[in-house]
Ligand binder design. Sequence first.
Ligand code: 5GP
Ligand code: ZN
Length: 115
Amino acid sequence: MSNDCLFCKIAAGEIPAKVVREDEFALAFEDIVPQAPLHVLVVPRRHIATLNDLGDADEALVGHLVAMARDIARAKGYEESGYRTVFNCNADGGQTVFHIHLHLLAGRSLAWPPG
Ligand code: 5GP
Ligand code: ZN
């Protein structure tokens, strides 16, 4: 746990969030400024600042985050209509919270390419 990390504090239950799903390795909670009818952030419990900080041993963990996003999309009924999953990395990627998180967005037609 990083003491000054917002998502570590959410994972530890020190800052409230609307948790959608959680397990030993990860949790998913609603984004505070939703950009779509469903906007969930899937984060590892362990602090990893950016995708650049992933080690080879973290491949299964990242797969777990993606699988959790898939399960939420399915449970919320967006499997067929579709959804988007995104990791932002550093400034040009638009990352503002430095604890990796997979955005899951669904419920409207999303533009491509992103702005
Ligand atoms: P990033 O820009 O780093 O890819 O995404 C950070 C996301 O975290 C943003 O979509 C932002 O709305 C969300 N966020 C920032 N602070 C909080 C918070 O305190 N609680 C929750 N649930 N989401 C937050
Ligand atoms: Zn953290």
